[in-house]
Design a protein around this ligand. Structure first.
Ligand code: GLN
Length: 308
């Protein structure tokens, strides 16, 4: 076993007993998650994998999808046009906040909060909802290198209980921040959040971003390299909900978390790292995930501003 693999195994043993936090319950399907699930995956930019635990266990990607859809919509519209519709300013508010969706703000603050993500998804190009969904799925396929599926139960669960997201879409429509077909945009947003991945997939997706948009296993260009800078900047400032500042300070690499318990992070030009464990803290970040990343950052010194 390589030294790095041994380090990951030791991290798993260290944090498996840490059973604080709760799995998300506002999406009823997510309560079915097993609190013991725990996986760590690292994929390097030359395509090597190091992983421990339940790295083949599938779960829905949730908010982590926002990163990749942002990349797709950057490609569809270009940087300047998109910036007029969705900002890049961190909020310090929870991801589902309705604050500042008012007359004064011309656009949602950033594409990582739900409001900004729904607005971003509404901009995906395509002739009809099927074509837009097919384009979205094709984009995710490029990152994971295999067929992708949507968990229909989670999609239905979110669709029938997502009143807050629906309210956001209506507020944005009212203030002219988003255009007409909001039910279709919400469906597509709930579908992207219900995409099934495992921890290995997430690490490979992150490694693709670390590798200038080229999937290190398949060699396929998943996203235009011109937009990697945009994607990673927004992840760095807004990716960890209202813990983003603290994360940037402590761990110091671009990352994104989701309410199903995944965290994905990018070490530029080196690797993608993902942790999956469904127990969340009050901000909605995986408890075990945060601890693993803090230890990894400390041990391997990958904080971007660690110049020592
Ligand atoms: N689908 C979830 C929602 O819209 C995604 C939230 C998340 O992972 N933070 O509430």
């Amino acid at each position: 076993m390589s030294q790095f693999q041994q380090f990951l195994a030791a991290l798993q043993a260290k944090y498996q007993p840490l059973a604080t936090g709760q799995s998300a319950s506002y999406i009823p399907e997510l309560t079915k998650a097993n609190p013991d699930w725990f996986a760590i995956s690292v994929v390097t930019v030359d395509g090597q994998s190091y992983e421990v635990g339940d790295f083949e266990q599938t779960f829905t990607i949730q908010s982590i999808s926002k990163v990749f859809v942002y990349g797709m919509v950057l490609e569809d519209h270009g940087r300047e046009a998109l910036l007029h519709k969705v900002g890049v300013e961190p909020t310090g508010d929870p991801f589902n906040s309705l604050i500042r969706l008012d007359e004064d703000s011309k656009r949602p603050d950033n594409p990582m909060i739900n409001a900004g993500a729904i607005a971003t998804t509404s901009l995906i190009k395509g002739a009809d909802p099927t074509e837009r969904l097919n384009r979205l799925m094709a984009m995710f396929r490029r990152y994971v290198g295999h067929e992708v599926f949507i968990d229909i139960s989670t999609f239905m669960s979110e669709r029938s209980t997502g009143h807050r997201n629906r309210a956001m879409a209506h507020l944005m429509l009212n203030f002219g921040m988003i255009n007409g077909a909001i039910e279709e945009a919400l469906d597509l947003y709930f579908q992207q959040c219900s995409l099934l991945v495992n921890c290995h997939d997430l690490a490979l997706m992150a490694a693709t971003l670390a590798n200038r948009g080229v999937n290190p296993v398949t060699g396929e260009q998943a996203v235009n390299p011109e937009y990697i800078r945009d994607i990673l900047s927004v992840m760095y400032t807004c990716g960890m909900y209202n813990f983003a500042g603290e994360w940037a300070y402590r761990v110091g690499i671009p990352a994104k978390s989701g309410v199903s318990g995944g965290i994905l992070a990018v070490v530029p030009n080196q690797a993608g790292i993902a942790v999956f464990s469904p127990l969340l803290d009050k901000n909605g970040n995986s408890v075990r995930g945060l601890r693993v990343f803090e230890d990894l950052a400390q041990q391997y010194g990958f904080h971007l501003f660690d110049l020592s």
